[in-house]
Design a binder for this molecule. Structure first.
Ligand code: COA
Length: 188
């Protein structure tokens, strides 16, 4: 499938280029970025990027590389992906984001996430989108809430790919469906 790209006032969300990998790998060395994420060696990072490419090929959307239109800088990823494990809410498409910390606090994640949601509910014809995070990741929860998602009170789950006792295992589940998104758009 031909991958789509999205444009916002400040961002280009596009499929990844080979030269994005260095900047992405550098994010794994930043303790701020990694606070709630699992570490990865170079081979694992390249495997992650390989899966991102494969997802674009299969679905036409994915974790878009987020590029600043003004400078062309790769600042991280924002986008949509099918949840790759089984849980009580799967199959599902997730919205997610990860930015280099130099670019936090400027609304880029929210801007890109809004464009991703719009694409999900219009161009891609999806009906429901979820987002997951650990309870301590307040910045990520704030992005979810700013884009109109709400926490599913019955949604908390243990991530099946993390071992019992892993402090990152417990996750929250946020949701939004097309009707809620349309309502939010109408009231903005
Ligand atoms: C999660 C993450 C993307 C959030 O980044 P962020 O910079 O807080 O989010 P945004 O880009 O939407 O920016 C919003 C912040 O910028 C501020 N801001 C400044 N200018 C803004 C603008 N023009 N528009 C909107 N917000 C603006 C907002 O007030 C907000 O700050 P606040 O939350 O302290 O009120 C980032 O912390 C990250 O990459 N973390 C590491 C990876 C990670 O944990 N990913 C999620 C895994 S579940």
């Amino acid at each position: 499938m031909t991958p789509i790209s999205l444009t916002t006032p400040r961002l280009l969300l596009r499929p990844w280029r080979d030269d994005d990998v260095e900047a992405f790998a550098a994010m794994f060395d930043d303790p701020a970025v990694m606070e709630f994420l699992r570490p990865a060696d170079r081979a694992t990072i390249e495997a992650i990027v390989g899966r991102v490419h494969a997802h674009f090929d299969r679905h036409g959307f994915g974790w878009w590389a987020a590029e600043l239109r003004k400078t062309g800088a790769f600042i991280g990823f924002i986008g949509l992906a099918t949840i790759p494990f089984e849980a009580h809410f799967t199959p599902a498409v997730e919205i997610g984001w990860r930015l280099a910390s130099a670019y936090w606090g400027q609304g880029y994640a929210t801007e890109g996430a809004r464009a991703s949601l719009e694409a999900a509910f219009t161009r891609l014809g999806l009906d429901d989108i979820v987002s997951i995070t650990v309870p301590a990741n307040a910045r990520s929860c704030r992005v979810m809430e700013r884009i109109g998602m709400t926490r599913d009170p019955n949604g908390d789950f243990d991530h099946p790919r993390l071992a019992e006792g892993d402090p990152l295992r417990r996750h929250l589940l946020y949701r939004i469906n097309r009707a809620q998104w349309q309502q939010g758009m109408a009231s903005r």
